[in-house]
Design a protein around this ligand. Structure first.
Ligand code: ATR
Length: 276
């Protein structure tokens, strides 16, 4: 590809719901960059040849969303340690030498969102309670351990999935029964919902907040609605709360910087652009 035009995009199946094109599109416009960020609907059977073809077409890299985040790891020549820890890739970089680098910026996005929304909060000052044990929980647990959380209390409806994460991530992770996790919230440094509960059209989170005190920072990876019932209830109990949209915005920044050569800013203008 000649000239300065830069190309990146996102692959998923389906892809129409992705907010990434709007997000990157806002930054491209804001920084006056000659580039495009393109959503691509890629069926699982087409994944391997798509990954092979995109760099030949001039793409600098892509984001990867459901259902390809795990499968794409096997198609990368190199995987960053943080992607390895999670076992999934959300950011692919087609490097100058022709090799393919897989990264995972979800954990970075999660932590950057917390630090932006609660600047005085520190991960290392007490236990974190993580609700859920799916793919999203994996990224959150890895990021919290990396940030120095002394203990992670993990709770999931299907306890086997929580136990599997515990054996993978080690002794700083302890498992709490789903029905008892309300007790474990007492005195926590952080409470995170990584389940889909509380999302528009999903049931409410059935966890008791009776023991939730104002010292606990509360966040939700669900961002539709922006203020989930968990965040509303936590704020009513005096807790600082951080909504989940910022995680989506912050996880996009490292890829944008690599592909388009400009470190982007996450601000209210970007939030409005993504929500509109
Ligand atoms: P993701 O990759 O987005 O985390 P996932 O792997 O399907 O998606 O995980 C969804 C999470 O939401 C899981 O922790 C799931 O609990 P189970 O492992 O027991 O399925 C949780 N979840 C979804 N619906 C739930 C419900 N009705 N009650 C309790 N937990 C639920």
């Amino acid at each position: 590809m000649s000239g300065k035009l830069r190309l990146a995009g996102v692959i998923g199946h389906p892809i129409s719901h992705s907010k990434s094109p709007r997000l990157h599109g806002h930054w491209l416009k804001r920084y006056g960059i000659d580039g495009h960020y393109i959503p691509m609907n890629v069926a699982p059977d087409d994944l391997a040849r798509t990954i092979e073809l995109l760099p030949q077409l001039g793409f600098a890299g892509i984001n990867v969303t459901l259902p390809h985040k795990e499968a794409v790891t096997a198609l990368c020549d190199e995987i960053t340690p943080r992607a390895k820890a999670v076992g999934a890739v959300n950011t692919v970089i087609f490097q100058e030498d022709g090799s393919i680098l897989g990264d995972n910026t979800d954990g970075y996005g999660f932590m950057a969102n917390l630090y932006a929304g609660a600047p005085n909060w520190r991960a290392n000052t007490g236990p974190a309670v993580v609700l859920g044990a799916g793919g999203a929980a994996r990224g959150v647990v890895a990021a919290l351990l990396d940030a120095g959380a002394p203990q992670i209390i993990l709770s999931n409806r299907t306890v086997e999935r929580a136990t599997a994460l515990q054996s993978e991530f080690g002794a700083r992770v302890v498992v709490s029964a789903w029905d008892d996790v309300g007790d474990a919230i007492k005195g926590a440094n952080l409470l995170v919902n990584t389940t889909s509960l509380g999302m528009d059209g999903q049931p409410a989170l059935p966890v008791s907040l009776d023991h939730l005190g104002p010292e606990t920072l509360v966040t939700d990876i669900v961002y539709a609605p922006l203020k989930t019932q968990l965040l509303i209830d936590a704020a009513a109990r005096g807790c600082a709360v951080v909504d989940g949209l910022g995680m989506l915005l912050h996880q996009a920044a490292p890829g944008f910087e690599t592909w388009f050569g400009q470190k982007p800013i996450v601000d209210d203008e970007l939030r409005d652009a993504v929500l509109s």
